[in-house]
Design a protein around this ligand. Structure first.
Ligand code: NAD
Length: 458
């Protein structure tokens, strides 16, 4: 089948590459000329395990093409994916300007029938807006509705996870298709047939339910994280160990072990904005979403947790606001391991590391940071600050630093050489936002260890 994908980011590029790999002809369109030039040279703009070889292979074999020529893209595929960003607006609701711009572009150039597929995460009612945008432009272009090319708008939310996006797209848990058109459903089933062979994964529903399904899924996951972080904060205060509690509740099959790790808060391009957007959707219809507001509030305070531990370590008598106002960490250097919002990605959007580093800088500290994949991204975001050293190895980040903070649970951080670590750090102190180490072992090794929901008070 011939498919066009608008927006070649984490979602569009992976989806386009996987569809091409299954044999479809895929034309990827982006407004970012630099990105397209690089892709044509074989330079992949994001780090995603397994992606580059699939892109290279399908590009070389001619099933995957990259262009900024939107008119060409519109005329290429009957199936037109919209996979552009939906960032939060100033008030937290989803900004649909990129989605509607693509809808306008499709309507401006289409001369044959199209299935327009919302792959971006968009609030309930967006398909209607896309429908209205296309209809308006077609009404301007064609004198009568009979002479207009036909189209149908489908909601097909994406559930891939950064870090395992390739395998998620190749072997999806489910494929949600929101449509009331039999013709569109049939084409979507044909498109996804290669991914639907093992057992039935396609779930067809009405458009609004499909749109809400995506938000409901992300909000449920964010809720699990904030719930666990709240339990961790309670555990810490009552002297319990959240890791033992986690084992205790995860073994209940109704609860399960997935997504109940306590930590320094959720980040990334999806959970924070999707929770906010659903809160805004609810507000707009006069329903107060009490759970979602609490999920956001817990996450906001959890992202300050690591900085609070540092304050507690140096200035137990001061609150963290006072530490910032007095610039009390001037002269201190903090090693940060992990800048990405989670392992196996270079994505730093809304990452807890950024909240931590902002507070450290405000309080006068310097940062020496290392991440296995996000160094270029950090350079792009922060440029050459003299209070940030982007170090080549995790050991280099420790060298001469006063303490270590771990923000991301990369595999390569899980079994460090603690003796070497102690020799490199000025003080043997670890603040661990991901509970990577055993508390007793840290005590035996003479390391002062702060972690989430189980820090022994000394
Ligand atoms: P992204 O920011 O990585 O990529 C978006 C791309 O769209 C950019 O390359 C941008 O240049 C391009 N673009 C903007 N306007 C365009 C236009 N008019 N025509 C063509 N290209 C245009 O975004 P992403 O992370 O891939 O997310 C895309 C959507 O998918 C969002 O709605 C997001 O919420 C959703 N989503 C993301 C993930 C994820 O893990 N990143 C997972 C599921 C769903």
């Amino acid at each position: 089948m011939k498919v066009t994908v608008f927006g070649i980011g984490y979602v569009g590029l992976v989806q386009g590459a996987i569809l091409a790999d299954a044999g479809h002809d895929v034309c990827c369109i982006d407004v970012d000329q630099n990105k397209i030039d690089n892709l044509q040279k074989g330079i992949i703009p994001i780090y995603e395990p397994g992606l580059s070889s699939i892109v290279e292979k399908n590009y070389a074999e001619g099933r995957l093409t990259f262009s900024t020529n939107a008119e060409f893209g519109v005329n290429f595929g009957e199936l037109q994916f919209i996979a552009v960003g939906t960032p939060p607006d100033e008030d937290g609701s989803a900004d649909l300007k990129y989605v509607l711009k693509v809808a306008e572009t499709i309507a401006t150039h289409m001369n044959s029938s199209k299935i327009v597929i919302d792959k971006s995460t968009v609030p309930v009612g967006t398909a209607d807006k896309v429908q209205a945008m296309i209809t308006n432009v077609l009404n301007e272009r064609f004198l009568s509705s009979e002479s207009q090319p036909k189209f149908s708008v489908v909601s097909n939310p994406e559930f891939l996870k950064e870090g395992s996006a390739v395998s998620d797209c190749k072997r999806p848990d489910r494929i949600v298709i929101g449509t009331d058109s039999e013709y569109a459903e049939d084409l979507m089933r044909e498109l996804y047939e290669p991914f639907n062979r093992n057992h039935e994964k396609i779930i067809v529903m009405d458009v609004k339910s499909a749109e809400l399904t995506k938000y409901a899924a992300n909000c449920m996951l964010a809720t699990k994280i904030s719930f666990m972080n709240e339990m961790a904060n309670i555990a810490e205060k009552v002297g319990a160990d959240i890791e033992q509690v986690r084992q205790g509740i995860g073994s209940d099959s109704r609860i399960g072990f997935q997504f109940i790790y306590p930590g320094c808060g959720y980040g990334g391009s999806c959970f924070p904005k999707d929770v906010q957007a659903l809160v805004k959707t609810s507000d707009a219809i006069g329903y107060e979403s009490q759970i979602l507001k609490a999920v956001e509030a817990v996450n906001y305070s959890q992202k300050n947790k690591l900085f609070e531990y540092i304050c507690q370590h140096y200035f137990p008598e001061l609150n963290h606001q006072a530490v910032i106002e007095n610039k009390s960490l001037s002269g201190k250097t903090v090693a940060v391991w992990g800048l990405a919002f989670k392992p196996n990605t270079d994505d730093m959007r809304e990452a807890p590391s950024r909240v931590l580093m902002d507070s450290l800088w405000q309080a006068g500290a310097k940062v020496q940071a290392f991440d296995p994949e996000s160094m270029e991204e950090a350079q792009r975001i922060y440029g050459n600050r003299n209070d940030l050293g982007l170090m080549g190895t995790k050991e280099a980040a420790l060298n001469g630093a006063d303490l270590l903070v771990i923000c991301t649970e990369w595999q390569s951080f899980k079994a460090p050489d603690f003796d070497n670590m102690k020799s490199l750090l000025n003080e043997a102190v670890i603040v661990d936002g991901r509970n990577l180490f055993n508390v007793q072992r840290m005590q035996q090794k003479g390391i002062k260890y702060y972690s989430i929901g189980r820090t022994p008070k000394q």
